[in-house]
Design a protein around this ligand. Structure first.
Ligand code: PLP
Length: 453
């Protein structure tokens, strides 16, 4: 690894003086990596060191770095129409909404915002107001899962089920309830995965009944819990959740912020399960994170309930100044074209399978309790004891990540420190990763785990 030159040292000093980082403790000894450039799956820091970004930033650079055509799409749009509010309309937003509807294979209307958190906030407000519009005045509660993450703003954080992210900021918004996720790896001994998943789904219906079904507006979940440790449900779980929601008049909101845009091996994560959500939220891969943009897709008949002009305030009274910025929409459209033209959705599935096949032998490693995958989202659960499944020490998890980084590979770690789980290594490289990139990821992690650990 190259040592930092004078210029780099100055940048680190200024960073430490002026910049407040996302969810990372300040550390004089461990300064942040300062990225300078990136291409494909590789990022170069200001010292000239190259790293394979095995997390696509924050699970978001789906088409990889350095796509000139995305910059050009934004540039041309900025020259012709840089901004116009979506209280009215513009062509890039119309074209993107039409395209998203085709990708969703349904009949959806699109509300644009800038981030995943905002897309979820819009979904919560739409769900509550919709229930009022149809005369269900008591339906205001949301049911989410522990270990799920839905964003950093107070409503989205309320839906989040990770204590570590919440407990310093409580009390949060009222009306958000949580149930345990279908963590099949930790199911009771003797119970089948199917049985356990059905039981986990039943917890949602039980909660509705205990709360009074007429008070519940919606259920929110990711198709697969990603940031909470890659928890992949069995088909029966989502089938049953959908059935429960329909039976009780509760909307099903699916958060596709990470799973969307090919990451799961299908265009959207829920399409792997064949469920039809009422509301779908998305961000990250929508623009491959080149510009901020998010969307809340709402079933057409829900939208129709907002058209009744007999109530003066019956329309959706929510505004987002920057949401659906024309340049971000033009860029997103080009991004979707790249995903289609290069078959990156299918490629994500192929690469995910290749990585899990490469790592199958790691299940014999004393630290590896479970390997789970969903397209090109892979979680490797590290344990201190395979019999008890006691999570590996945080220092071990951090040590492995640091050793990968020293060998030029960035991977992630997810879970919930406060709840005693922060033991899942996560790997989610760009969908455009080359065969050589995948070999590098597979080989580096194997070498690290089979080395000193
Ligand atoms: N939903 C999920 C599943 C996420 O993973 C995230 C962010 O990581 C969000 C919502 C919030 O997105 P943002 O950080 O863009 O607000």
């Amino acid at each position: 690894m190259q040592s930092l030159g004078n210029e780099s040292e100055l940048a680190v000093k200024k960073d430490q003086q002026y910049l407040w980082h996302n969810i990372t403790p300040y550390s004089e000894k461990n300064p942040p990596m300062i990225a300078a450039a990136a291409s494909g799956s590789w990022v170069t820091d200001i010292g000239g060191n190259k790293f394979l970004d095995g997390m696509s930033g924050l699970w978001c650079v789906n088409v990889g770095y350095g796509r000139k055509e995305l910059a050009e799409a934004a540039y041309h749009q900025l020259l012709s129409l840089p901004y116009f509010p979506l209280t009215q309309s513009h062509m890039p937003a119309i074209a993107l909404a039409e395209k998203l509807n085709a990708w969703l294979e349904g009949d959806y209307v699109i509300f644009f915002s800038n981030s995943g958190s905002e897309a979820n906030e819009a979904a919560f407000k739409i769900a509550r107001q919709y229930q009022q519009q149809i005369g269900q005045h008591y339906r205001h509660k949301f049911i989410a899962r522990y270990r799920g993450y839905h964003g950093s703003s107070l409503g989205a954080l309320s839906a989040t089920g990770q204590a570590q992210r919440k407990y310093k900021y409580e009390p949060l918004s009222g009306g958000f309830l949580h149930v345990a996720p279908p963590d099949s790896y930790r199911r009771p001994a003797g119970m089948s995965v199917e049985e356990f998943n059905l039981q986990s789904a039943q917890a949602i219906e039980d909660t509705m009944i205990w709360e009074g079904v007429e008070t519940v507006a919606a259920v929110i979940m990711e198709p697969v819990i990603t940031g909470g440790g890659v928890i992949v449900p069995h088909q029966v779980y989502l089938d049953r959740v959908q059935e429960i929601c329909r039976k009780h008049g509760v909307l099903l909101i699916i958060d596709e912020v990470i799973c969307g845009f090919g990451r799961s091996g299908r265009k959207f994560g829920h399409q792997n399960y064949g469920v039809k959500p009422d509301i779908i939220t998305m961000a990250k891969g929508l623009t491959s994170a080149y510009l901020p943009l998010s969307a809340t897709a709402v079933r057409k008949d829900i939208y129709d309930a907002f058209k009744d002009n007999s109530d003066e305030y019956g329309y959706f009274r929510h505004v987002n100044t920057f949401g659906g910025n024309p340049a971000a929409c033009a860029l997103a459209l080009r991004n979707l074209e790249i995903l289609e033209q290069e078959n990156l959705v299918e490629r994500a599935g192929i690469l995910g399978k290749r990585l899990t096949a490469e790592w199958a032998g790691l299940l014999d490693h004393k630290l590896v309790g479970d390997i789970r995958s969903f397209g090109l989202i892979i979680g490797i659960e590290l344990v201190a004891d395979k019999a008890t499944k006691q999570p590996a020490e945080l220092a071990v998890v951090k040590g492995i990540i640091a050793e990968c980084k020293a060998k030029g590979l960035i991977i992630g770690k997810n879970g919930d420190t406060v709840a005693g789980f922060n033991n899942v290594l996560t790997i989610a490289p760009p969908l455009s990763s080359t065969d050589e990139d995948i070999q590098f990821i597979a080989g580096t992690l194997k070498a690290v785990l089979n080395g000193s650990w």
